[in-house]
Design a protein around this ligand. Structure first.
Ligand SMILES: *[C@@H]1O[C@H](CO)[C@@H](O)[C@H](O)[C@H]1NC(C)=O
Ligand SMILES: *[C@@H]1O[C@H](CO)[C@@H](O)[C@H](O)[C@H]1NC(C)=O
Ligand SMILES: *[C@@H]1O[C@H](CO)[C@@H](O)[C@H](O)[C@H]1NC(C)=O
Length: 446
């Protein structure tokens, strides 16, 4: 009978424990910020997420660096006037909704979020202007670039050794100047000479001159078909419902609102590493991965592998590098171009980098979970691609750096950072000899 009595004694305790557990388990947990979100912000990802801070000089035994050619996307910027306008209108409205839903207990957001929403304002200074974070990204990139090539790059500026150039925009001009400030020091960087900036620069922003590309790709509804379909996919529907539920609204929010919140989360994360944007708290990591894919689809079909003309026209920039590396003259030694996302993605695709076996489609999000084409990594703010020419005995070899790390392009020897220049000339033989930009890009209809 002892056993039976024991049971009776502990029964109330057992009931109590089970009830507490049930209450805790089923009580809606408040949703908190998940830091991993910051790795999935698409083309609005800050450069600090992908930078290589190791500045050891890049020595390859028996090889001496001779020349460098680099092309760099501007640092972190502000939104366009149109996007800022929509953000201002719509997000201030949504902010009120969220605050009232937290008050009424309908939202499953933690009470702390309310405070940061109440303080939230959109803080912008000008259309697509470079931000303080963007200036720092460029300053530090300039510093590291010079440290890695101590024998090639001198901190004394010379108009014949160095060539800098930017497109006619505030963000690339400032990016170039901050880069130089990090590279030469602020004093010396004042001597740097820049040619007149062009809006449609034939090397830095070739696609602005390619009418056929504008007509058949960038302005063609076909290039957004997959993205639009993904917007209506089950995966996206789930996100819209999850976020709406978190906020506590009866009817699901519009996709456009969800995307606007994601964009604001991205910008604010990029702008300041010490601040958590309240808009990021609306999402889980899985949610932003879906929104990241939505972003990847856009750039895949507009600036990547979607249509051959998109990357073929990048021969205009690529051949500028080839010309430098095959020239008899030892000067200029270093060429740095400051440009835009569209140029970097087209060049990466021209080189055959980050190409998945499957095409990016609205239907294969799950299948391409571990895809190579992730703009959060390959096309963040400050994205950069550099070619370094080395002389190794009698032969010339090329090191290719993307985001400051060696990359190997298809056709170059496996397991080596350096690729013989002759091999590169072979791989791209056709693009080097037949880069007839005007013919490739002419269109009767524009
Ligand atoms: C690379 O070469 C430089 C200059 O020749 C030298 O100072 C440096 O120690 C070398 N670094 C490594 C990692 O071998
Ligand atoms: C980020 O925010 C902190 C706190 O408001 C501020 O001190 C800092 O200057 C900001 N950093 C940048 C890069 O804007
Ligand atoms: C630098 O060189 C360019 C030609 O490449 C020339 O037009 C310019 O005046 C030079 N600038 C200075 C400061 O010497």
């Amino acid at each position: 009978m002892a056993n039976c009595c024991t049971i009776y004694k502990i029964l109330p305790l057992l009931v109590l424990i089970i009830s507490i557990w049930l209450v805790t388990f089923f009580r809606p947990k408040c949703h908190i910020f998940e830091p991993e979100i910051c790795l999935h912000l698409g083309t609005k990802t800050p450069y600090r997420n992908v930078a290589n801070l190791n500045t050891d000089s890049l020595n390859y035994s028996g090889c001496v660096p001779k020349k460098i050619w680099a092309i760099i996307r501007h640092g972190t910027r502000e939104p366009t006037t149109e996007v800022a306008h929509v953000m201002n209108e719509r997000l201030h409205f949504l902010k009120q909704v969220i605050v009232s839903k937290i008050d009424s207990g309908e939202a499953t957001l933690c009470p702390e979020v309310k405070e940061s929403f109440e303080k939230w304002v959109l803080n912008v200074h000008g259309p697509q202007y470079l931000t303080t974070e963007g200036a720092n990204e460029m300053l530090l990139l300039g510093k590291r670039t010079r440290l890695r090539f101590p024998d090639l790059l001198s901190d004394k500026y010379s108009n014949t050794t160095y060539k800098f150039r930017y497109t006619a925009t505030e963000r690339t001009e400032k990016s170039a100047k901050y880069f130089c400030s990090g590279f030469f020091g602020s004093e010396e960087s004042r001597n740097v000479w820049y040619p007149e900036a062009l809006h449609k620069d034939p090397i830095l922003r070739f696609y602005k001159l390619c009418n056929k590309w504008r007509k058949t790709v960038s302005k063609n509804p076909l290039s957004v078909v997959e993205q639009k379909q993904f917007m209506k996919s089950d995966e996206m529907q789930v996100i819209v419902e999850k976020v709406s539920k978190r906020i506590g609204v009866q009817r699901p929010l519009l996709f456009d609102d969800i995307y606007l919140m994601y964009q604001m989360c991205s910008y604010e994360t990029a702008w300041n590493s010490t601040i958590v944007s309240p808009w990021c708290v609306m999402f889980s990591v899985e949610d932003v991965k879906v929104l990241e894919y939505f972003n990847d689809l856009r750039y895949y079909w507009r600036d990547g592998y979607g249509f051959p003309l998109t990357y073929k026209q990048a021969c205009a920039a690529f051949n500028d590098m080839i010309k430098l590396f095959t020239s008899e003259s030892s000067e200029p030694k270093a060429v740095f171009y400051f440009t835009h996302s569209g140029t970097l993605l087209k060049l990466l695709s021209f080189l055959g980098l980050y190409k998945d076996n499957d095409r990016l489609l609205s239907s294969n999000y799950a299948k391409l979970h571990d895809r190579k084409w992730k703009v959060s990594q390959i096309d963040s703010f400050g994205t950069n691609l550099a070619f370094v020419l080395y002389k190794c005995g009698k032969t010339y070899k090329v090191l290719i750096l993307h985001q400051e790390r060696p990359v190997r392009i298809p056709g170059c020897p496996d397991g080596y950072d350096l690729c013989p220049l002759n091999r590169i000339l072979d791989i791209f033989d056709n693009s080097i000899k037949n880069c007839n930009f005007n013919e490739m890009c002419s269109s009767d209809e524009l």
